[in-house]
Each structure stands twice: as structure tokens, then as C-alpha cells.
Design a protein around this ligand. Structure first.
Ligand SMILES: Nc1nc2c(c(=O)[nH]1)N[C@H]1C(S)=C(S)[C@@H](COP(=O)(O)OP(=O)(O)OC[C@H]3O[C@@H](n4cnc5c(=O)[nH]c(N)nc54)[C@H](O)[C@@H]3O)O[C@H]1N2
Ligand SMILES: Nc1nc2c(c(=O)[nH]1)N[C@H]1C(S)=C(S)[C@@H](COP(=O)(O)OP(=O)(O)OC[C@H]3O[C@@H](n4cnc5c(=O)[nH]c(N)nc54)[C@H](O)[C@@H]3O)O[C@H]1N2
Ligand SMILES: [Mo]
Length: 753
């Protein structure tokens, strides 16, 4: 469900889940568990969770249960017609966050996308971490070569825009983050948090610096400036592998701590102090997350995090920011070590506004306009897999309206919610107990090298299809093979492609081997298990199909249900690099070219009354765990947090509704006055707003909250990565007076950014 990969101990009575506990023997989480872990019992039992394909009658709006055959026949008929009439780009796809936590979806989504061959591929990555991929790609040559803080050995951690005490950490797979921070501080380490809110994470820190939203890049540039200014730059062991140091020095010149202090709201001397500490401490790391990514300067901020890590001598060193050596599926463990083709963004652009592609997808801020703007390449049909863009992407009303105008829509999902209610067909996937688990994506960013596989604990109910089987069927339809394509043959085709690539790679342990022989060695496994076994065996710890007999295989993981600990992170420079130069590119051209835009921010007038940011709550998970009473009961969590001074000024009171509005929309939301938030900043969590007709989620509808993304702006995005700037939205706040809330777009009062 989240990125912490906590081990669960499940007690079953037949197929019924009786008890969920943290697995004390788990090699990574050691029994740690949060309320979402135990909530899988409620999730599994949720009567609103879909178990049978659903078809919507377009005339009456009524939903009915359908057979898989009917559902796929309808999809084939409608999608094929659109593909033939309007071309590949007329069918778009959106993959949501849970597909990153699901080995079947992760692998077989790719098959769907490839089969579709559409330019209109979107995902939650561009409302999330795309800036990280772009900066890592440009600096280190691989979009997933994102350094993670080696917190178990660190003596100083600077954390910006993240709240792992609630989120359990992100792009830093680390179960029990609070416990690890406690240990860090017990061994004399220091923990510093930069966040506009005094979060639970900040409460546990030695220092908390409130920062004005959207100014992290300025703050980090000032640290870079101070490192040069005070002759603190030490590249350490990676020194022979760094290009662009003097360019960065020149770029940082105009961002002195004194120049940025006023804009960031942080003292120049405090910034210099942090720079000195990072340079002085042998084991120090900088880490930035959502708060640094969901900004118009997301890529610059993500880049600067690692620039500081490099310049302070903390990259690739114990206790600093290090690269994981994942057991399976990592791009930076295949091919020639030490150099590669590098990474490019903007290889093509979106049709309507010309926003750049990254990682083969287009920014989701463009989704609505690509649906509603007529012309060649207009999106007519959409496939969503595990996503809820109506609640999770900016200008939710525009997205909602756009989805309603589609000619056809298919959703692979477990609920009929704000997004999937627009579908013509919903294809449900089996419950969590009926699927296997291996964290293919998140183990690539873990703070230890870990491999842990869980088999399914129950069989799918009769007639249920695994998610990967559903996706393969969609792939079959998209390639024109119809609804009844031979799944086994399609699956063979997918794995064969991977094996062929590996045997042709001189650096693979199976280089030059016979494809059929490898296929035989993988049998009788099929589906995700076969692919996972292949990835593990050809990975850095793998058995190489015989070359290292005691190496890792899926069978080894099956024999170790609590996981296999492959040890602490190890230095990987230069081997991890895939840049053409074989060096760390500290000053990649696209990023250098973007610095002038940040420079302009220094002088920009800030005249908005408030800026809106998000937040996360431990008992919530984006938009989709709000139908579980065990999680949503108790106090209202979807509130407007506002500082007492601001509340007094605008005249709003705790528990009473306030109207929050801007040029995008307006909402009413209960107020929560708290001095944990900076003056001039207000916060609303995303993922709420369930009071819409046509959904099938009774509990969520009963405690709906409001959709924060009715206020966020599709035009506010990071031009390098295409990522939405969901934090830092200008808004006005006032008490709710008489009259109905205006909840439509209010375009007549533009607010300057
Ligand atoms: N309980 C729970 N856990 C989750 C999720 C969830 O919804 N609920 N979602 C999961 C997902 S998809 C993700 S990506 C991760 C995200 O994990 P985190 O990155 O830890 O996300 P948040 O908890 O939103 O923390 C972001 C912090 O940034 C602060 N912030 C906002 N704007 C700025 C800014 O401009 N600068 C700085 N420095 N800080 C700012 C906010 O106040 C907030 O405290 O969490 C995952 N885990
Ligand atoms: N304002 C604001 N907006 C944000 C953020 C923010 O901080 N502030 N955070 C952003 C971030 S980091 C993210 S990741 C996005 C999330 O954006 P999305 O991925 O679009 O939204 P989710 O709420 O994660 O929706 C998950 C969907 O998957 C379904 N689902 C759950 N499990 C499964 C499964 O196993 N298989 C399938 N097929 N479906 C499943 C759920 O029913 C739900 O419909 O939201 C983003 N939006
Ligand atoms: Mo996310």
C-alpha cells in the first residue's frame, strides 16, 4: 500500500483473515506496522469492493454485473472501432499509484502501453516524483538512480518537504522511519526538517525551519553558495567522476543565503549553519520529497538536493546519500557498467500545449485538454489502471468534465469511485490476499538491500482473473488480437522478449545462452512469478542460471518468507553511472537553462493572501482507503489548517466552514486553527471529495471531505519534468456567509503567481 514494505503476519481461518500483525521476523520492518497495515482486513472484507466486472448503460446510467466475456467483448468492439477510426493516439492510458506497489500491474502495464502504441500515456508520476526521475536521469544517467539517505549510518539528516512519520517515507524505502530517527539521535546524530508545517516529523527533529512553499530550490542554492563561499566543497571519493563543478559555482553566485533569506523565510545565518554542518559531518545526507517535487521548480530542487550531497562530500559514502543495489529489475544493474546512453526528456511534446514527454509519458496536467480539444490526435477513449485522477490531479472539475465527455472508458480498479464512475466497463482485480507481492519498484530505493517475496495466501475466488491476466487481455485487444487471445502465448511473448534482450547483452550473466534453455529453466512458472524469477536470477545477486549456484532465485525467497537481507548499501560510483561521459553531470544543460526562471522568482512580487499546500495523514492513503470505517472514523481529517493570527485576521473559527477560492474554483471546508502551520500558508489534504453522485462507496460518501484539487491549477507545472505544482497554490480564505458555495471555476478574478 505504501513504500515502507512492512512485513505482515496474517492469521487465517480458511480463507477468512482473522488477525493482522507486524511480522517481527521480517528482516527489514522487524514488526513495525501502521494502521493501514491492519486495515487490509477491512479492505478484504469491504462489501463495496468490486468482485464482478461492471458495465454501465450509457442511456440509463445504471450499472450491472457482467461476465468477463461480455466485458471484454464490449471493450474489444468499442476500442477497436476507435483505434481504427481515429488512430492509436485516440486511446489514452492513465496508471495510478497502486500499480507501483503491485508486481503484476507493474510488469504487465508496460505490455498494455506497448500494445496501445499511443502517445497519450499518463500516470500519477507527474503529480508526484517525475522531477526526481528527470534530475537523477540527467545527473547519473538513469531515471531510477535516485540516491537515498543511508539513515541507519547517518549522523546528520536534512529532510525537506517530507513527513515520513505520517507517510512512512517515499523514494526512501525504510520501514519504521520513526524508530530509525530515534536511533540516529541516540547515537548523537542530528535531524533537521524544512517544512512550512511543524509536522510530527518536525516535532522529532533537532531543528525545524519553516520555509515559504515553493522556495526549496532557492534555499538549496544558498547552501551551494555557502559551500563555495566558505571553501567547504569536498568531493571526496567521487571526486574523479564529477563534471560541471565550476558551472555550478558560477550559477550559485547570485543565490547567496542573504539574497534568498527573505523569500524563503529562513535566516541567512541558519542556512550557512546547515551548509557548515553538512560539510563538517562525515556521515550526512540531504533528502527531499513531495514538498520539493510538487512545485514549479521541482526538478531544480531535486537536482540541488544531490548537488549539495556531492559538493559536501556525502554522495556515495556510508551514512550519506547512496545508491541501492537492488536484487531485481534495476536499470542501473544491467548493461555496461560506468557509462551509457544517458537520459533525455522532451523527446516529444503534448499536442495542445506542447508540454514535454518524460519517461515515455506526458504530464497529466495535460489530460483534460487532450480530451476536450478537437483535432487530429484528440483522446476519445481512456484506460485507467489503479488511478483516481479526478481527485488526484489538478483542476479536478476539468478532469471530471473531460472524463464525462469521453466516447469510451475502461477502468481496472477495485472501486466505483469519482473516476471510475465515468467508465463504461470496470474490471475488478482480486483482493490483496489472492495476489503475490514483491516490491519490484520500491526495493530499488531501499535504505538496505532487501529482497522479500510473499506468495498469495488464498486462491482467487472462482471466476476471478489476476490483475496481470486482465492487463494481458487488454493488451491483446489493443494489438488487434481480439478479446480471446491466448493468454499463455501472450505471456510467453512478454518473457521471451526479456530473455532475448538479456542473452544479447554481453554484460548479462546469461550472455550468449540459448533462449529456449532459459525458458525451460524458468518453467513451470508463468506470469509475474516467472518474470520475477528471471529478474532475480539475472540480477546482481542472482544464480545466473547456474553460473553462481548459491545465488538468488525466486525459490530462495520462497524458502525465506521473512525476507533476505542483502546487507547495507555499498558505494556504487562509478559503476552505477549510465551517463555518456561516465561522470556525474553536476550541471546538465536542460537544468542549467532553467536557472534563469528561478532567478526571476527572487524578485517576483508575492501578492497572494495565502498559499495552499497539501499534507498526509497516517490513517489515509491518497484517495482510496476512505471506504474503510476503521481508518476514517473519529475526528474529521479533511480540514483547512490555518495559523491563529491568520484565522483572526480573516475571521474564521475552528470547526466552522471557511470558503477557500481562487481563479480555478471554490470549496467550503471546516477550519482547524493550529500554530503548527506558517503564517500565510494554509493546508488541505488531497484525496477527499467523495460526495459525488454515481459512486459505489458508502462509507466514503458518508465522510466525504472536499477535493483540494478543485483549487489547484493545471497551468502551474514544472516545465522540465511536466510535474504538477500542486503545492503553493494562491487562494483566498473567508468565512462562509449566506448563500450557496460557488463550486465552479471562477475565471474572472485572476491571481498573479
Ligand atoms: N498515510 C499516508 N501515507 C502515504 C500516502 C498517503 O496519502 N497517506 N501517500 C503515499 C504517496 S503516494 C507518497 S508520494 C508519499 C509522500 O510522502 P511525503 O513526501 O513524506 O509526503 P507528505 O506527507 O505529503 O509530506 C510533504 C510535506 O511537505 C510539506 N510541504 C508542502 N509544500 C512544501 C514546500 O514548498 N517546501 C517544503 N520544504 N515542504 C513543503 C508539507 O507540509 C508536508 O509536510 O506518501 C505515501 N504514503
Ligand atoms: N493536491 C495534491 N494532490 C496530490 C498529491 C498531493 O500531495 N497534493 N499527491 C499526489 C501523489 S504523490 C500521488 S501518488 C497521486 C495518486 O494519484 P492516483 O494514483 O490517481 O490516485 P489514488 O488515490 O492512489 O488512486 C488509486 C486507485 O487505485 C485503486 N486501487 C487500489 N488498489 C488497487 C489494485 O490493487 N489494483 C487496481 N487496479 N486498482 C487499485 C483505487 O480504488 C483507486 O481508484 O495523487 C497526487 N495528488
Ligand atoms: Mo505518490
Amino acid at each position: 500500500m505504501c513504500e515502507a514494505t512492512c512485513g505482515l503476519e496474517l492469521h487465517l481461518d480458511g480463507d477468512e483473515l482473522r488477525l493482522v500483525r507486524g511480522d517481527r521476523d521480517d528482516v527489514f520492518s522487524h514488526g513495525f506496522l501502521c494502521p493501514k497495515g491492519t486495515a487490509i482486513k477491512a479492505l478484504d472484507a469491504d462489501p463495496d469492493r468490486l468482485r464482478v466486472p461492471q458495465i454501465r448503460d450509457r442511456t440509463s446510467g445504471e450499472w450491472r454485473d457482467a461476465s468477463w466475456d461480455d466485458a471484454f467483448a464490449l471493450i474489444d468492439e468499442r476500442l477497436t472501432k476507435i483505434l481504427e477510426r481515429d488512430g492509436r493516439n485516440a486511446v489514452a492510458a492513465y496508471a495510478g499509484n497502486p500499480s507501483a506497489h503491485n508486481v503484476g500491474a507493474l510488469i504487465y502495464n508496460r505490455a498494455v502501453m506497448q500494445a496501445l502504441g499511443s502517445a497519450n500515456v499518463f500516470s500519477a508520476s507527474t503529480v508526484d516524483q517525475m522531477p526526481k526521475h528527470v534530475s537523477a536521469g540527467l545527473m547519473f544517467g538513469g531515471p531510477l538512480s535516485i540516491p537515498v539517505p543511508d539513515i541507519d549510518r547517518s549522523q546528520y539528516l536534512l529532510l525537506l518537504g517530507a513527513n515520513p512519520f505520517e507517510s512512512n517515507g517515499s523514494l526512501m524505502t525504510a520501514p519504521d522511519f520513526p524508530g530509525r530517527i530515534r536511533t540516529l539521535r541516540e547515537r548523537g546524530g542530528r535531524f533537521v526538517v524544512v517544512d512550512p508545517r511543524r509536522t510530527k516529523t518536525a516535532e522529532a527533529a533537532d531543528e525545524h525551519h519553516p520555509i515559504r512553499p515553493g522556495t526549496d530550490a532557492l534555499f538549496l542554492f544558498a547552501i551551494v553558495h555557502a559551500l563555495f563561499d566558505e571553501s567547504l566543497v569536498r568531493l571526496g571519493a567521487v571526486g574523479g567522476y564529477v563534471n560541471g563543478v565550476s558551472e555550478v559555482e558560477a550559477l550559485a553566485r547570485e543565490f547567496s543565503p542573504e539574497a534568498v533569506a527573505g523569500v524563503c523565510g529562513i535566516d541567512a545565518e541558519a542556512i550557512r549553519g546547515i551548509a557548515r554542518a553538512l560539510a563538517a559531518e562525515e556521515r550526512a545526507a540531504v533528502y527531499g520529497r513531495i514538498g520539493t517535487c510538487l512545485s514549479e521548480y521541482g526538478t531544480l530542487a531535486s537536482w540541488l538536493v544531490d548537488v549539495v550531497n556531492v559538493l559536501a562530500g556525502n554522495l556515495d559514502r556510508e551514512g550519506g546519500a547512496m545508491f541501492t543495489t537492488p536484487a531485481a529489475g534495476a536499470g542501473n544493474t544491467v548493461g555496461a557498467p560506468g557509462a551509457g546512453r544517458g537520459f533525455r526528456v522532451g523527446r516529444r511534446h503534448s499536442r495542445v500545449r506542447g508540454a514535454p514527454e518524460a519517461l515515455g509519458e506526458l504530464p497529466v496536467v495535460c489530460l483534460a485538454e487532450e480530451i476536450t480539444t478537437a483535432g487530429e490526435g484528440q483522446i476519445r477513449a481512456l484506460i485507467t489502471v489503479a488511478g483516481n485522477p479526478v481527485l488526484s490531479t489538478p483542476d479536478g472539475r476539468a478532469v471530471d468534465d473531460a472524463l464525462a465527455s469521453l466516447e469510451f472508458m475502461v477502468s481496472v480498479d477495485i472501486y466505483r469511485n469519482e473516476t471510475t464512475r465515468h467508465a463504461d466497463v470496470i474490471l475488478p482485480v482480486p483482493g490483496v490476499l489472492a495476489r503475490s507481492h514483491y516490491d519490484l519498484a520500491l526495493y530499488q530505493l531501499a535504505i538496505r538491500n532487501i529482497a522479500n517475496y510473499s506468495p498469495p495466501v488464498v486462491d482467487p475466488a472462482p471466476g476471478e482473473l489476476h490483475e496481470w491476466e486482465i492487463l494481458l487481455r487488454l493488451a491483446g485487444i489493443a494489438t488487434g488480437m481480439g478479446p480471446d487471445a491466448d493468454l499463455g502465448a501472450l505471456d510467453d511473448f512478454v518473457i521471451r522478449g526479456l530473455v532475448q534482450k538479456a542473452v544479447g547483452d554481453e554484460h548479462s550473466p546469461v550472455s550468449g545462452r540459448n533462449v529456449d534453455e532459459i525458458m525451460r529453466l524458468l518453467s513451470p512458472r508463468t506470469g509475474p512469478e516467472r518474470i520475477l524469477d528471471f529478474m532475480l536470477r539475472t540480477g546482481p545477486y542472482g544464480d545466473g542460471f547456474g553460473s553462481r549456484p548459491d545465488g538468488l532465485t525466486l525459490a530462495v525467497l520462497e524458502a525465506n518468507p521473512h525476507g533476505v537481507d542483502l546487507g547495507p548499501l555499498v558505494p556504487r560510483i562509478p559503476e552505477v553511472l549510465r551517463t555518456p561521459s561516465g561522470k556525474i553531470e553536476l550541471a546538465p544543460e536542460p537544468i542549467v537553462n532553467d536557472v534563469a526562471r528561478l532567478r526571476a522568482r527572487l524578485d517576483a512580487a508575492v501578492d497572494e493572501p495565502f498559499v495552499l499546500i497539501g499534507r498526509r495523514d497516517l490513517r489515509s492513503n491518497n484517495s482510496w482507503m476512505h471506504n474503510l470505517d476503521v481508518l476514517v472514523k473519529g475526528k474529521e481529517r479533511c480540514t483547512l489548517q490555518i495559523h491563529p493570527d491568520d484565522a483572526a485576521r480573516v475571521g474564521v473559527a475552528t470547526g466552522e466552514p471557511a470558503r477557500v477560492e481562487n481563479h480555478v474554483g471554490a470549496i467550503e471546508i471546516p477550519v482547524e486553527i493550529t500554530d503548527t502551520i506558517m503564517r500565510g500558508v494554509v493546508s488541505i489534504p488531497h484525496g477527499w471529495g467523495h460526495a459525488v453522485p454515481g459512486t459505489g462507496t458508502a462509507i466514503a460518501n458518508g465522510r466525504p471531505g472536499v477535493n483540494a484539487n478543485l483549487l489547484t491549477d493545471r497551468d502551474a507545472f514544472d516545465p522540465l519534468s511536466g510535474n504538477a505544482a500542486l503545492n503553493g497554490t494562491p487562494v483566498r480564505v473567508e468565512p462562509v456567509r449566506d448563500g450557496p458555495v460557488r463550486d465552479g471555476p471562477v475565471r474572472d478574478e485572476p491571481v498573479r503567481h
